[in-house]
Design a protein around this ligand. Structure first.
Ligand code: NAG
Length: 340
C-alpha cells in the first residue's frame, strides 16, 4: 500500500517543480526588475527593491564594482551554457540553502566555509524586527539553528516563484581547494569536532587506511588530508549519500546554472562584495558586515602545503571533482598542482 502513495508524491513534486521552472524561466526572458512596476511600492516604502537597484543602473553604471559584478554574472552564464547540457527541473529540495529576507527582498544561498556564519548573522539582524542589532552579538551556534532564518524551500510554489523573480539572489564563493582545506582543518584537526570524527572520520579510517589501530577506528579523530582526499574521490562515497555540505560543491548546493544569481560574491573580496549587497538592499544603515580578525583562516599558501603530499594522480581526480566550481566562478587551476 506504500507504493502508490509514494508515486503520487513524486508526481505532485514533479508537477510542483514544473510550475517553478515555467514561471521562473519565463521571467528570465525579461531579467530586469522593471517588470514589477512596483518601483514606488516596495514593501510600502518609497524606495527601489535591491533587484531594481541592481538593474536600474543609471547611477551605478560607471562604478567599477558594478562592472565587475556584471562581468562575473556574464562569465557564469557563459560557463553554464558551455558546460551544462540539458536544463534540469528545479525542485524545492534544490532551494534548501536559499535563505529568505522578505523585509529587504534578498535570497542568499549559503555555502559553508565562505563566511556563511557572518552572513547568517547579518540576515538575522535584517529579518529580526529589531531583536538583534550587532551581528557579532549573535553566537555562532545560534546563527546555525534551523528556524532562526527561513529557507526558500519552505514556501509554496507560487511564493517561491514570486521570490525568485523579484528578489536579489546572491551567493558567496571561494577558491575551491582553499575552501576544501578549510573544511578539512575545521572538521578533522580540531579535537572538539567529535560529531564529525564519529560520523565521517571513523568511516574514512576504516576504508582508506591500511592497518588502522583499534583506537583510530573507534575515534576517527586523526584523519589525514590524504585520507580525506581518497574518501572524496572514491566513487562509493557519493553513491552512498551526498557529500556533507562543508565539502559539497557550490554547484550542487546552490545550483548556479538553474538559479540566476544577481550577485556572485567572493571570499577573496568579501568586504567589498558584502558592502555592495547591503548597499543594493538599502541596509547599510541597519547593519555592517562583520570584519573578521581571524588569524587562523586558510590561505592559498596553506592549501599548497596540504596538497604537497597528494600525488598528481589524486590531485587530478580531485580537480575533476571540483572542476565546475573552478570553471563557473573563474578560478584557475592552482599553480601548486603537479598534473598541469
Ligand atoms: C577572471 O579571472 C581573471 C584572472 O584572475 C581576471 O583577470 C578576470 O577579470 C576575471 N574575469 C571575471 C569576469 O571576473
Amino acid at each position: 500500500m506504500r507504493r502508490p502513495k509514494v508515486g503520487r508524491m513524486v508526481l505532485a513534486t514533479c508537477v510542483g517543480s514544473f510550475f517553478i521552472l515555467i514561471f521562473y524561466f519565463q521571467s528570465n526572458l525579461k531579467p530586469a526588475a522593471n517588470q514589477d512596476s512596483g518601483r514606488t511600492s516596495w514593501r510600502g516604502k518609497s524606495r527601489r527593491s535591491p533587484l531594481q537597484a541592481l538593474y536600474d543602473s543609471e547611477q551605478l553604471e560607471l562604478s567599477a564594482v558594478h562592472m565587475m559584478h556584471q562581468g562575473r554574472r556574464e562569465l557564469l552564464e557563459e560557463e553554464c551554457r558551455t558546460h551544462t547540457r540539458k536544463r534540469r527541473v528545479l525542485i524545492p529540495e534544490d532551494l534548501k540553502h536559499l535563505i529568505v529576507d522578505d523585509q529587504h527582498g534578498l535570497l542568499y544561498c549559503y555555502v559553508p566555509k565562505v563566511a556563511c556564519t557572518n552572513w547568517k548573522r547579518v540576515l538575522m539582524v535584517l529579518t529580526g524586527d529589531g531583536r538583534y542589532r550587532d551581528p557579532l552579538q549573535i553566537p555562532a551556534n545560534e546563527a546555525h539553528v534551523a528556524g532562526n532564518l527561513r529557507s526558500l524551500s519552505e514556501f509554496s510554489t507560487a511564493e517561491i516563484n514570486h521570490r525568485l523573480r523579484t528578489y536579489l539572489k546572491f551567493v558567496f564563493v571561494r577558491e575551491p581547494f582553499e575552501r576544501l582545506v578549510s573544511a578539512y582543518r575545521n572538521k578533522f584537526t580540531r579535537s572538539y569536532n567529535t560529531a564529525f570524527h564519529k560520523r565521517y572520520g571513523t568511516k574514512i579510517v576504516r576504508r582508506h587506511r591500511a592497518d588502522p589501530r583499534a583506537e583510530a577506528l573507534d575515534r576517527g579523530d586523526d584523519v589525514s588530508f590524504k585520507e580525506f582526499v581518497h574518501y572524496l574521490v572514491d566513487p562509493q562515497t557519493q553513491r552512498e549519500e551526498p557529500f556533507n555540505e562543508h565539502w559539497e560543491r557550490v554547484h550542487a548546493l546552490c545550483h548556479p546554472c538553474l538559479i540566476h544569481y544577481d550577485v556572485v560574491g567572493k571570499y577573496e573580496t568579501l568586504e567589498q562584495d558584502s558592502r555592495y549587497v547591503l548597499q543594493l538592499a538599502g541596509a547599510e544603515a541597519e547593519v555592517r558586515f562583520p570584519t573578521s580578525g581571524k588569524s587562523t583562516r586558510t590561505t592559498g599558501d596553506m592549501a599548497a602545503q596540504f596538497f604537497h603530499n597528494i600525488s598528481p594522480f589524486y590531485q587530478r581526480k580531485l580537480y575533476n571533482l571540483y572542476r565546475m566550481d573552478f570553471l563557473l566562478f573563474n578560478y584557475s587551476i592552482p599553480a601548486y598542482l603537479r598534473f598541469r
